[in-house]
Design a binder for this molecule. Structure first.
Ligand code: NAD
Length: 722
């Protein structure tokens, strides 16, 4: 019978008999274990208790939850980032002290890692002598992606356990590491079937307690400098620098700072190395970037929270896609990648043949680039079943329509397919602009119909808009959220309104661009400035990518829906390019000229200025700062209007949609985060400077009222769902 020695809110300590003890992380308040302040305090008590136990022969560390530990508590990050330097150091020292004591317990320790182990959870596991993983477990050190560094010994222990190359890769890219890689690199002793994890960990602990392994040698190794030459360390670091710079956001330097931290301390004994880690951690978190990324992460977790729960409730084995064009084939592929069976219907046989050929060729390129296993490619292709027959939809869990953007064609396609669907299946449309409520008319089960708006390219765009029409039921929204998660996307719920959220806000940003061009400002200068500001593509490059004709059509639709604000007076640069058939990347010429095969390169085109010159009605002096302001203000104002109308539930969700859907620079945290930081009063005053340029520079009533009342969007909470 196990004897309970300590029962806290976050963990417990048990005696297993024969000098073996178990420390179980089991957060009673939530379904996940995080290393929050109160949890760290209990952890300290547990370590103190274990250290002094007489006859201690071994300690097993485990979790009673699906995941081991998912890192520190994100809700504490803001406060920590604002702490004076000495207090922050003291906070890091506290946890480091407990981890050092764990590492120096008089008996060996084994940690059992199931599910996900993230951030601080990995750092805790590294302080143990032996790590055992379940075969489906993963781990990840996401710190650098979130604007900070591991601060609980991760940069010190990891390279000493798995070697410098793997440590650089894992820490600087923040990618997931699967169990087999963890075993290959020596992080984990072995990986076992998930059901067998605890038993295997206990067996290992018994063996350790019997003295079968020299855990003291492992500890000595972790305390020393890396067994490498100075040149070897420099080579490992410098040969990774370009790759790390390429994969990390250039505006977000934490990955490269992590690399420098590894370089600086690799050849020092662990104690001195730890002091360097702490110093660098404090420097990095005092930047503006860390709180912005933290706020964004919190918003993202909040946004995904419900969708995750929905994913657990519903299963999607079989999905139907109607239309095998650009979007239909990409949605079908993504579903098959995520292990769903797909029936892909089109009206034309040749479209289906073309779709299958293109999917096969695209996946072959992935295999060639070593991003996909050859066997998995065959599996994906086998799961997609092209068809001309609607009968095949009789067993789908969800059908998504992606036929051409024409209300008449869509209505017929939806009404027809509904007749073939099982009673409980969900029907969705991927329309980018047609009101979903209108498409629901005539359906027998409008409550089971909604929009699921994927963005192009489906494989890489991280979010979808789930569109709630007037008759859509809560259950349907829930299942659509679950489906989006199953597809690997972050869903944001938006109410049915023209342009939904992403296209509407993006359009107001483009309006800012078109007004600048009308004032004679060079589009290339605007692109350079916005790319420096943090957008991965400037507005002209983005418009070329979306297609000039597609953008003109989207603009017309939005102008018709919001004529008082989103109508461009007179001929715009987009109208001009369209009439010149400069339709963007797809034809090799738009704002830019596109050259090269495969990966197209964009070059400025010398004829552009003379083509646009007649449109310039005035040539005021516009400073760089004004250009950025004139681009960003309309976007923020429109986002605030969507929120004011209740078409999106909360500023947090809007910021997630802005970063993941619109391309707003992540390290700036999102529009609402930025407005809150600036202060709404100051932001509204800044808008006034541009008010005479047009209504896109005039904030809505709610924003003005909040500003006058000295309030901010951070008081909003999560909001009711849109
Ligand atoms: P597309 O023109 O490439 O493909 C449409 C396909 O539907 C064609 O293969 C056509 O043969 C097929 N089709 C037409 N009528 C049909 C019917 N009655 N039954 C079955 N198949 C039929 O179009 P697309 O770019 O894939 O766009 C599809 C939808 O996705 C549109 O609503 C569009 O607005 C939306 N969307 C497109 C993008 C994008 O960038 N292309 C992005 C987001 C959303």
């Amino acid at each position: 019978m196990n004897e309970m020695l300590m029962q806290g809110q976050y963990l417990r300590v048990l005696s297993l008999g024969c000098g073996l003890y178990e420390l179980v992380f089991d957060n009673q308040q939530a379904g996940i274990n995080t290393l929050s302040r109160p949890c760290i305090s209990e952890f300290g008590d547990a370590i103190t208790l274990l250290k002094d136990l007489e006859g201690l022969r071994g300690v097993l560390i485990s979790s009673d939850h699906e995941d081991f530990i998912v890192g520190g508590d994100i809700n504490e990050f803001d406060r920590q980032a604002r702490l004076p330097r000495q207090e922050l150091i003291a906070l890091l020292d506290e946890m480091n002290n407990w981890l050092n004591r764990l590492e120096h317990l008089p008996a060996p320790s084994v940690v059992a890692l199931g599910g996900d182990t993230l951030g601080g959870g990995v750092e805790l596991a590294l302080a143990c002598d032996y790590r055992l993983m379940s075969s489906s477990a993963r781990l990840r050190l996401p710190h650098a992606r979130r604007g900070f560094l591991p601060g609980w010994g991760g940069t010190v222990r990891l390279p000493r356990v798995v070697g410098l190359d793997s440590a650089i890769d894992w820490i600087c890219t923040g990618r997931y590491v699967e169990a087999d890689e963890a075993v290959q690199t020596g992080l984990a002793v072995t990986a076992v079937a998930p059901d067998h994890l605890r038993i295997a960990a206990l067996e290992l602990l018994e063996q350790c307690a019997e003295g079968e392994f020299d855990f003291q040698a492992l500890r000595r190794h972790k305390r020393q400098a890396l067994p490498m030459s100075k040149l070897g360390v420099r080579l490992a670091v410098e040969s990774s620098r370009d790759r790390i710079a390429q994969v990390s956001d250039k505006h977000q330097p934490a990955a490269l700072q992590a690399l420098d931290t590894l370089l600086e301390q690799a050849l020092l004994p662990a104690e001195q190395a730890m002091a360097i880690e702490t110093q660098r951690y404090v420097e990095v978190v005092s930047s503006e970037i860390t709180p912005a990324l933290t706020s964004l992460l919190r918003s993202e977790l909040r946004t995904k929270h419900r969708a995750r729960a929905e994913l657990k409730k519903s299963e999607f084995h079989r999905v139907g896609v109607i239309g095998a064009g650009v979007m239909g084939r990409a949605i079908a592929t993504q579903a098959a990648v995520k292990r769903m069976r797909v029936v892909m219907l089109d009206a034309k046989d040749e479209q289906l043949i073309d779709a299958v050929d293109e999917i096969a060729a695209r996946l072959a390129r992935e295999v060639k680039g070593k991003r996909l296993d050859a066997e998995e490619r065959v599996g994906i292709l086998t799961r997609i079943r092209p068809t001309l027959s609607r009968e095949e939809f009789a067993r789908v869990d969800l059908a998504i329509e992606a036929v051409i953007e024409d209300p008449g064609v869509k209505t017929v396609a939806l009404l027809t397919i509904e007749r073939y669907l099982p009673e409980d299946a969900i029907l969705a449309t991927n329309t980018s602009a047609i009101p979903v409520g209108g498409l629901a008319r005539g359906l027998k089960r409008p409550q089971q119909f909604c929009g699921i708006h994927f963005f192009n390219p489906v494989a890489t765009m991280p979010m979808v808009e789930v569109v709630r029409a007037a008759k859509t039921s809560d259950e349907t929204i829930g299942r659509a959220l679950g489906f989006a998660m199953a597809m690997g996307k972050t869903p944001v719920v938006v109410r049915d309104c023209p342009g939904f959220f992403v296209n509407r806000v993006l359009h107001s940003y483009f309006m800012g661009f078109l007004f600048l061009v009308r004032d004679g400002v060079d589009p290339y200068r605007i692109d350079r400035l916005m790319e420096t500001y943090g957008w991965s593509l400037g507005p002209a490059r983005t418009l070329d990518k979306l297609g000039i004709d597609t953008s003109v059509n989207a603009g017309r639709m939005l102008a018709a829906a919001y004529p008082e604000r989103l109508t461009f007076p007179g001929e715009s640069a987009l109208d001009r390019l369209r009439s010149l058939r400069r339709l963007g990347r797809k034809v090799g010429l738009g704002f830019y000229r596109y050259v090269g095969g495969g990966r197209l390169k964009s070059l400025p085109d010398s004829s552009l200025s003379s083509e646009l010159e007649p449109l310039a009605v005035r040539h005021p002096e516009v400073s760089d700062r004004e250009i950025v302001e004139r681009m960003m203000i309309p976007l923020k104002i429109e986002a605030a209007r969507v929120l004011e109308e209740g078409n999106i539930a909360s500023p947090a969700e809007a910021d997630v949609a802005l970063v993941l859907g619109v391309g707003y620079p992540a390290f700036r945290g999102g529009a609402f985060y930025a407005m809150n930081r600036e202060g709404l009063g100051r932001f509204v005053a800044r808008c006034r400077k541009y008010a005479e340029l047009g209504p896109i520079y005039q904030p809505g009533l709610q924003l003005r009222e909040l500003a006058v009342a000295g309030r901010s969007y951070s008081e909003w909470g999560t909001g009711d769902e849109a």
